[in-house]
Write a protein that binds this ligand. Structure first.
Ligand SMILES: [Zn+2]
Length: 238
């Protein structure tokens, strides 16, 4: 199945927190979008891998994703090396996206910057014919996505552009709350983690409002680019 946009994410919930408004907006515009998570986030404070996968599945239905896969890489310990690059190349050649969205180029969690580098490297390598991969016994064709954009995660980074997600704000929140085990629950006796702090969701809203404010809308998601973007119609810019 060909996708228009493929989202790479180090952990299940990275895509939701970083760019689910953009995902929902493009799906509403009849683009096909899928997510490939690298790990099951098994090092997370309050979760089992099975529960995380179930939560990711719930969120995928809320967002109406065309595909979601988990590569089962080791949380924290995966590397930008040949073994991991080839797995990503298989996914890029399987889904043939025009656009790849990847983790923040640097962040509080070291897997995010590492996942960002891995995705960028694999997107380039996937276009090299001499790198051979196969899926289910079939040789795959080389494919290089036209654009790689990086969503912004915990640490503030100055975006190169902002997507207006105002009509999809509630969908974003619903997709995030699908990860029930991760968020604040006054009845839970699990240890408080970084994102289960009750102040975390207001922070997510503040970030979306900050980015939205920069383009004169209510809510936005910011991205950084690998090369300058352009247009042939100034009216396409907001
Ligand atoms: Zn993460």
């Amino acid at each position: 199945m060909k996708l228009d946009i493929l989202v790479f994410a180090a952990h299940p919930d990275d895509a939701e927190l970083g760019c689910s408004g953009t995902i929902a907006s493009h799906i509403a515009n009849v683009h096909k979008v899928g997510v490939v998570d690298f790990t099951k986030g098994e090092m997370g404070t309050r979760v089992t891998p099975e529960l995380r996968l179930k939560e990711a599945d719930t969120s995928s239905k809320i967002l109406k994703l065309s595909a979601r896969e988990n590569l089962g890489f080791q949380d924290i310990y995966f590397q930008n090396d040949e073994v991991h690059q080839l797995k990503l190349i298989e996914m890029i050649r399987k889904y043939k996206p025009e656009i790849v969205l990847a983790n923040a180029i640097s962040d509080r969690h070291p897997d995010h910057g590492k996942g960002s580098n891995l995705a960028s490297t694999a997107c380039f390598m996937s276009g090299l014919r001499k790198i051979e991969t196969s899926l289910e016994g079939e040789q795959q064709e080389a494919w290089r996505p036209k654009f790689v954009y990086h969503y912004i995660q915990n640490n503030y980074l100055e975006p190169d552009f902002v997507v207006d997600i105002t009509p999809f704000w509630q969908t974003k929140i619903d997709s995030i709350l699908a990860y029930q085990s991760q968020f604040y629950d006054p009845k839970s006796d699990e240890p408080i983690s970084f994102i289960s702090d009750p102040e975390f969701l207001p922070f997510i809203e503040a970030r979306a409002r900050e980015f939205g404010h920069k383009i004169l809308v209510k809510y936005g998601e910011g991205f950084t680019v690998e090369r300058m973007v352009g247009t042939n119609n100034l009216f396409d810019l907001k």
